[in-house]
Structures are given as structure tokens and as C-alpha cells.
Write a protein that binds this ligand. Structure first.
Ligand SMILES: Nc1ncnc2c1ncn2[C@@H]1O[C@H](COP(=O)(O)OP(=O)(O)O)[C@@H](O)[C@H]1O
Ligand code: SF4
Ligand SMILES: [Mg+2]
Length: 335
């Protein structure tokens, strides 16, 4: 793979924190994850670097298959057997995550790093009443469970917790799992992997509000993953855009929307419904991300209107421009 002569990735990564950031909670530098597949090794995450400050909400956005869930799974140290992970730095609250033994990682999971899953229904057993599952997941007694559910707006369901998951709505189940992940142990970091994707728009907005309210109350940090830039924009302080396993742009939310630097970010913004007059067709991004990791240069080049000979030959390294970090040879042209 050809590399450009730009600033060293680590130097660029140093600029990936929030401006004037509060105390750093998480630092990821040069994270790579490769899955073994029948077609050979698949580099699902390539050289990803970011930080999360205490109390910050960082969004990770990108189309399906861009590596978002893999990043979260690597942070939880829950990748499937055979997956290879390496990172220059993987530090949580001053501790080196990559060097921790399994026992120490288990101590962190749930207690200091909580996970809100994508599909609440499939995260619970269909054959066990909800109350028994909440007891097992939280280790709390019934009174405390009722208190937790009341504080996530579920006072109305505490009388029927001997029902099974299918007897509750998707929004109610997601509130329960947020109570488990966020309130039961008050973890410093909450990883939310597309937690509203399966819910309708009104319930989605309520769940987003709940996550933000809890964050404001508890002061925890959140990494919020979504394929929808509009959702991320509502609650995130900064947004990272992933493409083909790479973080191609990272910026404060307002900056990303006002001055998107990477052509892929620009294409995502152009495709957002609110940016289009009513009745106008959405602009789809022609082409596919598939196979981008095998290209010798920029993975986005086959879909990029700005691609030139350099783009097809040399992998762009992360570079800083004003408040943004982006992987593009021609990011200045967005000015
Ligand atoms: N367990 C796995 N084994 C092999 N490949 C996987 C596995 N999990 C994910 N992948 C592949 O890794 C890439 C990134 O997947 P993922 O992290 O799930 O992306 P996203 O969450 O952005 O949709 C995709 O190409 C996906 O097919
Ligand atoms: S490096 Fe070149 S091909 Fe890649 S996004 Fe930038 S302009 Fe497009
Ligand atoms: Mg995913």
C-alpha cells in the first residue's frame, strides 16, 4: 500500500480531540481489525483514531459495512475468535485496554463501559419474563428495578414485568435496556450501536432525548453509532464519518455541517432529506463501498468526482484543516 508524505497519523490523531476538550476518557490511535473470511482476511477497520472527552457525545456515522460496529466491538474486546486487532493506543480512563486480561475486561464491561444494543428484542430472551431478565442483567432487587424503570419513563409498565418481551413495544424494551446499560451501574462510557434504527420516528426522537437527558444527569460519555447523519446531528458534539473501514472525517457537528471537507461527507449531506426541496428526488451516491480496501489509493476514488491520478495511487493520511481532520488529498477545495 502506498502512503503519502503527509503528517504522521499519530500527529494528526493528536488533533482528533474536541477543541478545548474536557478531560479525556477514551483514546483510540491506529486501530486495525481484520476478520478471517472464506475470501481471505477482511480489513474491516483500518487505522482509526479518535478521542472521547468526559461528558462528550461522539457520533460515528457511515453506511452499512463501514466498520462502525466493529470499532465498538473492539472497544468492548468482544470480537469473534480469529479476528485480529492491533492499535498504537487503546486507552480508557488511563488504562491500556489492549493489555488488560480477560478478567479485568469483564470488570469494565457493563460496569464502566455500557452497551445499548441495536435490536432490543433480540438482546432479551423471548422465553423468560422481563423482570427475571432485568434482575439477572442488573443484579438489583425489584424495588430498585422499578425505580430505574420509572426514571426512564416506564412507571406504567412496572406492574406487568412478569410479561414476556414480545408483550412490550420496541420503544419500551429499548428504554429498559437503556436503564440497564446506563442507569443500573452508571458507566463512564456508553456505547450505543444504532439504538433507534428499528423504532419509528417519534419513538426514535424520545429515545435520543432520553440518552441525552441521562448523559446530562450522570455526566457520562457516549459513542453513538448511526447510519443516519440527521440522527447523529441531533445529539452529538462531534461526528466521525466512516467509509470502508476508515475514519475519513472527524469534526465538531456544526463544523461538519457548515464546512464538510471530505467528498463522502459532502455526498452524505447532499443526500439528506432536509436539504432538498419538497418533491425533489434524493441524490443517491453512485457506486458501492465494496472492495474499497483493495484499492492502492483512496478507497472513495471510484465514487469521487474530485479524484485525480494522485487519489488513485496514494492513500491519503489524516490531515488537519481548521477544526476538522479528514483523509483527502484535496480537502482544501471544500473551502
Ligand atoms: N464476524 C465477522 N466476520 C467476518 N466479517 C465481518 C464480521 N463482522 C463484520 N464483518 C464485515 O466487516 C465489515 C464491517 O462490518 P460492521 O463493523 O458490522 O459495519 P457497520 O456496523 O458499519 O455496518 C463488513 O464488510 C462486514 O461484512
Ligand atoms: S483523496 Fe481524492 S478520491 Fe479520495 S476523497 Fe479526496 S479527492 Fe476524492
Ligand atoms: Mg453495525
Amino acid at each position: 500500500m502506498v502512503r503519502s508524505d503527509g503528517p504522521a497519523p499519530v500527529a494528526a490523531a493528536a488533533a482528533t480531540g474536541a477543541p478545548g476538550a474536557a478531560e479525556e476518557l477514551l483514546r483510540v490511535e491506529g486501530l486495525h481489525v481484520t476478520y478471517p473470511t472464506a475470501a481471505g482476511p477482511l480489513p474491516a477497520v483500518r487505522d482509526v483514531s479518535f478521542t472521547v472527552a468526559r461528558g462528550e457525545v461522539l457520533g460515528l456515522v457511515g453506511e452499512s459495512g463501514s466498520g462502525k460496529s466493529t470499532v465498538l466491538t473492539a472497544l468492548m474486546r468482544m470480537l469473534p475468535r480469529g479476528a485480529e486487532t492491533r492499535a498504537d493506543v487503546l486507552r480508557f480512563a488511563g488504562q491500556d485496554l489492549s493489555r488488560m486480561n480477560e478478567r479485568a475486561v469483564r470488570q469494565l464491561r457493563g460496569r464502566r463501559i455500557g452497551l445499548v444494543p441495536q435490536r432490543p428484542m433480540t438482546s432479551l430472551s423471548p422465553v423468560t419474563p422481563v423482570r427475571a431478565q432485568l434482575r439477572r442483567l442488573t443484579g438489583l432487587d425489584d424495588n430498585r428495578i422499578d425505580e430505574l424503570l420509572t426514571s426512564v419513563g416506564l412507571a406504567g409498565v412496572t406492574s406487568r414485568l412478569n410479561d414476556y418481551p414480545f408483550q412490550f413495544s420496541g420503544g419500551q424494551l429499548q428504554r429498559m435496556l437503556i436503564a440497564v446499560a446506563v442507569l443500573a451501574r452508571e458507566p463512564e462510557l456508553v456505547l450505543a450501536d444504532e439504538p433507534t434504527t428499528t423504532l419509528d420516528a417519534t419513538v426514535q426522537a424520545q429515545i435520543l432525548r432520553l440518552l441525552v437527558d441521562l448523559k446530562d444527569r450522570l455526566g457520562n460519555s457516549v459513542v453513538f453509532v448511526s447510519h443516519d447523519l440527521a440522527v447523529v446531528a441531533q445529539i452529538c458534539d462531534r461526528v466521525g464519518v466512516m467509509y470502508g473501514g476508515q475514519l475519513v472525517e472527524l469534526a465538531p457537528t456544526a463544523e461538519l455541517f457548515a464546512r464538510p471537507r471530505h467528498p463522502y461527507t459532502q455526498a452524505l449531506l447532499n443526500a439528506m432529506p432536509a436539504r432538498h426541496a419538497r418533491g425533489e428526488r434524493l441524490r443517491a451516491i453512485p457506486g458501492t463501498v465494496s472492495g474499497s480496501h483493495r484499492l492502492p489509493g483512496c478507497g472513495f476514488a471510484p465514487r469521487c468526482e474530485r479524484a485525480d491520478e494522485l487519489c488513485h495511487r496514494v492513500v491519503p493520511e489524516p490531515r488537519v484543516l481548521s477544526l476538522s481532520v479528514a483523509r483527502c488529498h484535496h480537502m482544501e477545495e471544500a473551502e
